[in-house]
Design a protein around this ligand. Sequence first.
Ligand code: FAD
Length: 289
Amino acid sequence: MNRPEISFEFFPPQNLEASFRLWDTVQVLAPLAPRFVSVTYGAGGTTRDLTRDAVATLHKSSGLQVAAHLTCVNATRDETLGIAREFAAAGVSDIVALRGDPPKGADRFERHPGGFADSCELIAALRDTGDFTIRVGAYPDKHPEAADTAADVAWLKRKFEAGASEALTQFFFDIDSFHRFRDKCAAAGIDTSKIVPGILPIENWKGAVRFANRCGTPVPQWVIDAFETAERDGREDLLATAICSEMCSDLLDAGVDKLHFYTMNRPELTRDVCHAIGVTPEVRLENVA
Ligand code: FAD
């Protein structure tokens, strides 16, 4: 098993305490030498300024490659591209380009009058606006709005044709569903080396189930049973590390060479899983002597 390349997703801090927690998270995970770290953009564009500030600060202070998430929700085209230009001016040209989820209270995406209709329009406009590295979302368990997996795969292909260079998947628990999705992408002519599995280390079991239900990600019965038992015995952390490490090593055995971790700004479990799959701190020789 070769050392995979890894990346980490964070969310922008909303207050001082959360800022310190994010900084601690970065300190714990940075020694694992991620390919990049990304910062999410709150549903409905609610964290626009916080995302911009977190991205710029991480870029300036952490020495890591930083990617900014950007969605089409609640903004005109000009406003959205203006934010992308602000990221570029701060030295950040990696964007995770998404259509975005609706704001709280709305049950479906509504195009802003004057805004982008979908992720393909955003990707194409970013491609025409600057020299961005554009990553996009992908859905092994099918996006809740897609008619079927074939529709999701066809849409992902269009996102690559529009200018995306890599896709990060929604998290999943059933590794076979990732393999089936990857096979369908290959059959559709998508370069599957550009599809990076998204991994959710289960830091908080009940929260993970809520998150999965919102995203339409099935939770296998054996995982539910295992967590119910682990909760009774107070050993959820051990189970979460074991399940996640096993899943990552199965993916690596199947030829995957990149993993994207949803850290939830809690670094310990992600760090332990990385160690278990052979991703350990990179020690610089000049610091050893
Ligand atoms: P798309 O892939 O564009 O659309 C989702 C599905 O709907 C498609 O697979 C396709 O089947 C169908 N579809 C959509 N438009 C069309 C069309 N015009 N024609 C045909 N089919 C269509 N949300 C946030 O708010 N902020 C974030 O920071 C954020 N980060 C994310 C990071 C990752 C890696 C992922 C996977 C998701 C993230 N999300 C985030 C959630 C995301 O915004 C939602 O899943 C949203 O509902 C879809 O966005 P998308 O760009 O992936 O959609």
